[in-house]
Design a protein around this ligand. Structure first.
Ligand code: FMN
Length: 184
């Protein structure tokens, strides 16, 4: 596990601390599940991009014991996991169970997964299933679900996928109505 997990990210790469652009009190949470570490790498790339524009936490579902607490003050939730048996892994699905009762009303949400090469109809997609599940809990899905590809069950990620995840995070910000912060 890399050091940024399970904590508020920061300081910023240029040494600033706590001076993300004013997002009106909006906070982001990147929540992920991983078996072999590939989805974690994607989640980290996403969190690092979001952090440039808003306070961002990166959490593995295994570390969450109070779901309600984890979601407190979160206005942008990005959730991802590996595609297992065409859908969401059991661990991630169990964690998300705590989100019942429209717990995500008004929360902007984006979902992603890692999966094998091939057409989505063949491989399935955890991200698509996640979006469907979370919409039931009141989530406002701001962008289409995204898949990042692995070369075999244990990975590695295809070349360029972490960069693509970083770029996708900017799309998420824009769709959520948060202007991505552009470094000079
Ligand atoms: C039990 C199991 C079931 C899987 N089923 C699928 C599947 O239906 N479709 C797919 O594209 N990949 C499938 N995979 C491969 C995973 O997508 C791959 O292991 C994952 O993307 C790696 O991410 P991780 O390193 O974060 O665990 C499966 C892997 C496991 C362990």
């Amino acid at each position: 596990m890399v050091g940024v997990a399970s904590a508020a990210l920061g300081p910023f790469p240029d040494g600033r601390r706590g001076r993300a652009p004013d997002t009106g009190g909006m906070n982001a949470l990147v929540l992920y599940e991983t078996k072999y570490g590939n989805t974690e790498k994607v989640a980290e790339a996403i969190a690092l991009a979001l952090q440039e524009s808003m306070p961002t936490r990166l959490e593995a579902v295994a570390e969450i014991d109070d779901c309600e607490e984890a979601l407190r003050d979160v206005s942008l939730l990005v959730v991802g996991g590996p595609t297992h048996r065409h859908g969401v892994s059991t661990v991630l699905r169990e964690t998300l169970r705590c989100l019942g009762g429209r717990a995500l009303d008004g929360v902007r949400v984006a979902t992603f997964d890692t999966r094998l090469h091939g057409p989505r109809v063949v491989t399935g997609s955890a991200a698509v299933r996640l979006a469907r599940l979370l919409r039931h809990d009141g989530a406002w899905i701001v962008v289409p679900p995204a898949s990042f590809l692995v070369d075999g069950g244990e990975g590695p990620l295809d070349p360029g996928e972490e960069e693509r995840a970083h770029a996708w995070a900017y799309e998420v910000l824009q769709a959520a109505g948060i202007r991505p912060h552009v470094h000079a």
